[in-house]
Structure formats: C-alpha cells, structure tokens
Design a protein around this ligand. Structure first.
Ligand code: IFM
Length: 418
C-alpha cells in the first residue's frame, strides 16, 4: 500500500462556498434560485457569511480541537467574466489560508463544489466540450497563489452527483433528464479532473490531489437474484466507474466503453470519500426502483442512518492501494438526537478499517455549521454547530462536544473511549 508518510491524523469539518458564503450572485445556482427552484424559497445569500466571519469560524474549529478544515473556493466570484480574474477575491481565499496557517489548521482546498460561473452556464456548462479547458484556465490561475499554503487538494466534489442531480433527475441546474447527456458530463469531468491534477502537480510536485467521491451502499431488497444484479450494476456505475476511470485511464461503463486514455491514468494521490447512507433496491416490471424500508431510523433528509456503512466503503476502497481521506460524513439532524451515536459508530468504523489495513489520512465531518443545503434550502441541519441565521450566532450541539473529545485521539494508535 502506498503510504504518504503521514505525521498526524487530520480531524476536521467540511463546507462549500455556495453553502456558507454571502454574495454568491455569479453562479448557476443563483440563477436556479431566481427561477424559484429552492423548495423552501430560501436564498443562499447571506447564508452563514463565512466569507466575512471566517476568523471567528476558525476559532470554533480550534474549539473543536480540529487540526484541519476542508473548504472550497468560489470559481464564479474569482472569474465573474470569462478570462477576467478578480484579484481581490483570489486574495480573500489567500487570507483565509494564511489565517489557517497561523492557527495550525491544515487546509483541504476544494477547487470545484457544484457551482459554475454564469458565463460558462450560458455556454453549455459541464456539457461544453471545452469544459476541461475552462476549468484548467481557472486552476492554472489560482494554484500559484495558494500552493505554498495548501498541500491537500480536491479538484471536483462529487462528480457523479453533479451528473445525477443536474442531468438525470433534473432537480439541480441545468434541470436536464437525459442519461446520455449525463454520461457526457461525467466524461468531461474526468478530463477536467485529470487536467487539473496535472496542473497542480506541475506547480507543486508534492501536492496531494484527489476528488471527493460520494460512495453509497446498495443493498438488494429481497433474495431475488435480479435485485442483486441491480445493486451490482448500481455499485459499478455510481461508486466505481468514475474512480476506476481516473485510476486506470479506461473510461468505464456507463461513461464510456473502456477506451484507454493515458492522460486519465493514475490521477489520484489519495481517495477522498463522502459517505452518508445505504439504499435498498428492487427489480420490477418498469426496471429497478428504490425500496424504502419501513421502521428504520432515518435522518431529517430521509436517509437511512447506517454509520456502520463507513467501514464497508473504506474496505471497498482498500484494493485500490491508495490512502483514503473521509472528505465528508454526517447527517441532517436538527435536534441532534441521532448524531452523537452516528458519530461514535462512524469513528469506530474508521478505527476498524485502520486496524484492517486501510491507510486513512483524516476525517472531515459534514458540516461545521448548518448551512444552505442546495434545493432543500436551510431546512436540513447538518451542523455540529447550530447556526442562527438571523443573528449569525453559532451554538455547539451536543455532538460538537463529542467531536471535540474524539479529535484529541489518533486512531492510528489509540482507540475511541465512547
Ligand atoms: O451538502 C452536501 C454537500 O454539498 C455535498 N455532499 C453532501 C452534502 C449533504 O447533502
């Protein structure tokens, strides 16, 4: 197994620019919001004003005993017009990085977390065949500013979710329901990632670059072999295809037909994994469908609460022989009723996977504070800290105190005493 010579275990939380910043008026999600597509009618502005309050938020990160923080920079603020880069915005994120350095917080810098600039949206967005080049220009511009302060990079957050929500379900911009177009988006995202990977490595050789990949557990609803077949297919499409494409350099089905592109090969230094839940599936006359089991505990989002699954996904990734970072894990639980146990079991899953030989770099809880949950608005509360959106006060939930204790442990050498 490739080891990254890791000194410390990274403990942190994760956020994304559009979800926590004010003033995000220049991306596709702002247009989506103006079209009335946010179920709750909420606005992403001003959200948590993290762009104005980041120093106080870093104080809270230290209060949690965290030594790391995953955040994203907002492409649409930096490049409001095609090819015109806003130096003030670039500097803003540089200042954030400097403040992290002062506080000994290791940044995990995400370059793209769902949103794209409006000018690119009007040119076809993710489907534009030149999408990888547009993204590369942005990446080439910003990396030189941040490279001295950032070691860990995430090029693209959840590429499969981008394609699924925007091009298959059509619930996210641009609201398309067309599988073929979704697969072409995934192909573009694979090339965009690979080019960004090369740019970052060229500018700073020892950077550690990955994507944040959402992995879900698919379980058959019955003993019917067809249910098993469906789950196997979903696992290979949703979980494996994109990952294998950027590791092996072959464009896996359904994104492609295994055609080999050397420029896509070995483009991960570690695997960033976002894990939330498992789902049951059943084969029927109209194809396959999700089977919602009754009487199982669910989050406020309706996801089954299954923290043991984190161990399963970590073991699923072991054969790739790459270090893994949990780049997101968490649940929507306004009352913090289930989160403490969810957190405990998730962290025990991490410990167990480490004992069984998975090289784990760190764990980032989603999220630091309640924030704008895309089409769900502010209705889903993922924060360790509760956000009062009127006063901007952040208040630790019970789980925050638990996480504070956990973050003092090095799971490579010690076990959790919950
Ligand atoms: O809020 C999102 C995040 O932007 C991407 N991963 C899942 C989170 C919770 O739904």
């Amino acid at each position: 197994m490739k080891q990254l010579n890791q000194k410390k275990f990274l403990w942190g939380t994760a956020t994304a620019s559009h979800q926590v910043e004010s003033g995000n008026f220049y991306n596709d999600w702002w247009l989506w919001e103006k079209e009335g597509k946010i179920k709750t009618g909420d606005s992403a502005h001003p959200s948590c004003e993290h762009n104005l309050r980041y120093k106080e938020d870093f104080y809270l990160i230290k209060f949690l005993n965290n030594n790391s923080y995953r955040f994203s920079i907002e492409w649409s603020k930096i490049e409001k017009e095609e090819g015109v880069f806003d130096e003030n915005e670039i500097e803003h994120y540089l200042n954030m990085l400097k403040e992290m350095k002062i506080r000994d917080i290791e940044p995990i810098l995400t370059l793209h977390h769902f949103t794209i600039p409006q000018w690119l949206y009007h040119k076809g967005g993710f489907e534009n065949p030149e999408f990888p080049e547009y993204f590369s220009k942005f990446v080439s511009k910003v990396v030189p500013y941040y490279k001295e302060l950032a070691n860990y990079w995430i090029t693209i957050n959840e590429p499969v979710i981008v394609a699924l929500m925007g091009y298959i379900f059509g619930d996210w911009p641009p609201g398309i329901k067309n599988r073929k177009r979704a697969f072409s988006v995934l192909k573009n995202l694979a090339f965009a990632h690979a080019q960004a990977y090369d740019i970052i490595k060229e500018k700073k050789k020892d950077s550690l670059v990955s994507i944040a990949h959402n992995l879900m557990i698919f379980k058959p609803a019955t003993w019917n072999p067809l249910d098993y077949m469906v789950c196997h297919l979903l696992d290979s499409w949703f979980n494996m295809a994109f990952l294998k494409t950027i590791i092996e350099g072959r464009i896996y089905s359904p994104i492609g037909k295994k055609e080999f592109h050397p420029e896509l090969k070995n483009k991960l230094d570690y695997i960033g994994v976002n894990y939330y839940t498992r789902s049951f599936f059943k084969f029927g006359i109209r194809g396959f469908a999700e089977y919602k089991r009754k009487n199982v505990p669910r989050s406020d989002f309706g996801f089954e609460i299954y923290p043991e699954g984190l161990y399963e996904v970590l073991m699923r990734l072991k054969p790739f022989g790459l270090p893994v970072m949990i780049t997101e894990n968490g649940m929507a639980d306004k009352k913090d009723l289930y989160r403490p146990d969810f957190l405990k079991t998730s962290l025990k899953s991490v410990s167990r996977a480490i004992k069984e030989g998975v090289d784990i770099l760190g764990y980032m809880h989603w999220s630091l504070m309640d924030n704008f949950e895309w089409v769900e608005g502010y209705s889903k509360k993922f924060g360790l800290l509760e956000t009062d959106f009127k006063t901007q006060e952040r208040k630790p939930r019970g789980s925050a105190y638990l996480y504070q204790k956990a973050s003092l442990i090095n799971p490579n050498t010690d076990s959790f005493d919950f």
